[in-house]
Design a protein. Structure first.
Length: 131
């Protein structure tokens, strides 16, 4: 794997563009490695996501007791932006098996910003006796 971009001997526009692309690819690789390291560290912290949401001043008030219990099973949160639309994205909440619902992943799609924000979610497949 290449860790640094190649230095160019010539300075024509095509080579310059390839050099910039190579630089961008190196930055992406470094960012992905940092992201993997962060995920690994978070996975080793007991109740990381529950504690994070519980201690957040805005999110804590949104979570009821049973919601907080569900967060004991949350393993990861991904954010995926739609191509070419920075104001439209999906939050993917990954869960390990739990006593509340069947879904491995809960998805919330958000679009817009400010007062024009809209959101939708996939249906939760609740286990029997849980609502």
């Amino acid at each position: 794997m290449q860790s640094e971009p190649k230095r160019l001997k010539h300075s024509n526009p095509d080579e310059h563009m390839l050099y910039q692309l190579d630089c961008s690819q190196c930055e992406i690789r470094a960012s992905n490695e940092q992201h993997k390291e962060c995920r690994q560290i978070m996975s080793e912290v007991s109740q990381f996501w529950r504690t994070t949401f519980k201690n957040h001043p805005d999110l804590n008030s949104l979570l009821e007791g049973s919601d907080q219990d569900c967060f004991n099973f949350l393993t990861e949160i991904d954010v995926e932006y739609f191509k070419g639309e920075r104001s439209r994205y999906q939050l993917k909440f990954h869960f390990r098996p739990n006593p509340y619902f069947e879904n491995d992943v809960l998805v919330k799609e958000i679009s817009g910003s400010g007062d024009a924000t809209e959101s939708s979610s996939i249906p939760i497949k609740w286990k029997k006796g849980v609502t």
